[in-house]
Design a protein around this ligand. Sequence first.
Ligand SMILES: [Zn+2]
Ligand SMILES: [Zn+2]
Length: 126
Amino acid sequence: MQMLNEINNIIIAPHFNLSEFACPCCKRVMLHPLLLEKLEKLRKIIERPIHITSGYRCFEYNQKVGGVANSYHLIGLAADIKVKDINLIELLEICENIDFAGIGFYEKKNFLHLDVRPTRRTRWRE
Ligand SMILES: [Zn+2]
Ligand SMILES: [Zn+2]
């Protein structure tokens, strides 16, 4: 069914489509508006495409990729991002200014985990 390829193909912000946040295995998706708002803010500052390498994850997919059991990816509050041609530290500093509640800095794999968890600000590095 050709039509099913269009699932989640919905523009939800000037620079984001809902399909970018969907779980790769089942296409299910949850996304908190605050996460989207902050990502759009980041996109406008950096003026470069943000590649969402992991948005929403279903339970099975989260296990498959080795995510922690209480991952914020499971409830639509987190996204992992990669941006070409920008230093990861520079990107981190901009994300700090946007005040994402959770920020994970993955130096070797060259990506940032960003989330809007409702609890206290958390930072980590791998
Ligand atoms: Zn899935
Ligand atoms: Zn993550």
